[in-house]
Design a protein around this ligand. Structure first.
Ligand code: SF4
Ligand code: SF4
Length: 491
């Protein structure tokens, strides 16, 4: 242990999966630059169910780094052109996106660096991150600026470099080759959050990256925690538990405990956005799998179609069992090769049979309990599966489906080959749709009540105006009568 090492005891994960790391193919492959494709698809979907609205028109010429779409909220991450070219269309398939036809020049907008970032205000820096299109690059893709806005004066900033997912080595190579840039980004994050302590967590099977981080730490007050390789140690809640022993209860976030987690690649993107003034237009992706002739770690332009990337690295159809965006456990099966690489995709797999969860005909659940044993979130996966199939939303809520981190450990061990995570994703989508329906109904009810109140107030105002008018008429009649009486002879 050196002076810079994390000096608190590490804690064990509740449930975990022993799965081979399977990283040898790309672990030592230096980062290469992927070719810019002829046509890019810039996704419009933002965090959750929201989407950005285009602010360019078809035919318009753009440069790399120009904003092409924005969300409605001030701290939403903007969407950028990732090369120069002309806008071909706003499309809905294979997903809502802006199609950008590259002109081959790859001309970039002038960067606006902020080398004096320490002198800049917090709102100015947060706006810079939102304008540069920053989202978390390791998980759900929450906008970085919004996450940081809610995290001032925290106890602990955790930089997540665990990269526990098998086959993925993008963060490992980033730290090995560009630790200095990651440290610069961490310095900015520490400044923005006023964090009392900063720790970089990395699994113990990455000696090169650990050595690079140790060397870079000499100029910084941050700590390094080398944690045991254990899937899914890189999941936010699990990492907090390993480092602090503290559990994040259902419905709460790390920030409720004064803790913020940020991925290592996101930290580097912060440094590029602030110090170099660059928008997020590329990310490092591990492109690998038994069906790929030239696996590697590639700096890929966001919006590059999966098919272009696989072709560039030599796809062997005879060995291909499945294509996944993300890792073998948490990734998503790709069915349309036009799908683009997005901000949260750390991996693209052209996997052979042996690299995916055991597939085959799904059998009924035999209630063996293997899934519950490996669940790191202490859930009951078989019950969640049953209720998700029954679409019983109340039961899914009661079983805390929202706490499922979609790590895929349960599906990996299931002897009945049940695609459990797919069930959970559908269940979560149904819960989100129900929540949206209830919010809309509540909104309509409040609007109705407001309208009723307004009508009642208008009725009362009309009534009191009528009464006032009648009183004025009565008073006038009384005055007229009194005047007539005064004018009568003898009065
Ligand atoms: S591992 Fe599969 S078969 Fe066993 S209890 Fe869980 S869902 Fe059922
Ligand atoms: S996918 Fe969800 S239910 Fe399955 S093991 Fe992971 S956290 Fe538990």
């Amino acid at each position: 242990m050196t002076a810079a090492d994390w000096n608190s005891p590490l804690h064990a994960l509740r449930g975990h999966l022993d799965v081979p790391a399977n990283k040898a193919r790309t672990r030592h492959a230096a980062i290469e630059v992927a070719p810019v494709p002829a046509l890019l698809r810039l996704p419009l979907s933002l965090y959750g169910r929201r989407r950005a609205e285009p602010c360019v028109s078809v035919g318009q010429h753009v440069q790399r780094g120009d904003i092409v779409a924005r969300g409605a909220a001030a701290l939403d991450a903007a969407v950028h052109a990732t090369t120069s070219g002309s806008i071909r269309a706003v499309a809905e398939a294979p997903l809502p996106c802006i199609e950008l036809e590259a002109d081959g020049d790859d001309a970039a907008a002038d960067p606006e660096p902020l080398p004096d970032w320490r002198e800049r205000s917090r709102p100015e820096l947060l706006t810079r991150l939102a304008e540069a299109g920053l989202t978390g690059l390791g998980g759900a893709g929450f906008p970085s600026a919004a996450k940081l806005a809610a995290a001032a004066g925290i106890e602990l900033l955790i930089i997540n470099a665990a990269e526990c997912e098998p086959m993925l080595t993008a963060d490992e190579r980033l730290l090995t080759e560009r630790a200095g840039e990651v440290m610069d980004g961490i310095s900015i994050l520490a400044h923005l959050t006023s964090a009392r302590q900063v720790v970089i967590a990395i699994e113990d099977d990455k000696p090169e990256a650990i050595a690079a981080v140790r060397a870079a730490l000499e100029d910084h007050p941050f700590r390094l925690a080398v944690i045991p390789r254990r899937y899914p140690s890189g999941s936010e809640r699990q990492l907090v538990q390993i480092l602090t022993g503290r559990e994040i209860r259902s419905g709460r976030l790390p920030v409720d405990l004064g803790i913020l987690c940020h991925n290592a690649a996101s930290a580097r993107a912060v440094s590029r956005a602030v110090i170099h003034g660059e928008a997020l237009t590329e990310r490092i992706v591990t492109v690998t799998g038994a069906a790929l002739l030239r696996p590697g770690n590639l700096s890929v332009r966001l919006g590059t179609p999966v098919g272009d990337l696989l072709t560039a690295r030599g796809l062997d159809q005879t060995r291909l069992a499945g294509i996944r965006l993300g890792g073998p456990l948490t990734g998503r099966t790709v069915t349309d090769l036009r799908e683009p690489v997005g901000k949260t995709h750390a991996g693209l797999l052209a996997a052979g049979l042996e690299e995916l969860a055991p597939a085959g005909t799904e059998l009924p659940c035999i209630r063996c309990g293997a899934c519950a044993e490996v669940c790191p979130a202490s859930l009951l996966p078989q019950e969640l599966h049953r209720q998700a199939r029954a679409a019983d939303l109340d039961a899914l809520m009661a079983l805390n489906l929202q706490d499922c981190i979609e790590c895929g450990a349960c599906a990996w061990v299931c002897p009945s080959r049940i695609p459990l995570v797919e069930d959970y994703r559908l269940g979560k989508a149904a819960l989100a749709a129900e929540a949206a329906r209830q919010a809309a109904a509540e909104h309509a009810r409040m609007r109705h009540e407001r309208r009723q109140r307004r009508l009642e107030e208008e009725r009362r105002a009309t009534e009191s105006a009528r009464e006032a008018r009648l009183s004025r008429v009565d008073a006038a009649l009384a005055r007229a009568k009194a005047a007539r009486h005064d004018r009568q002879p003898g009065s």
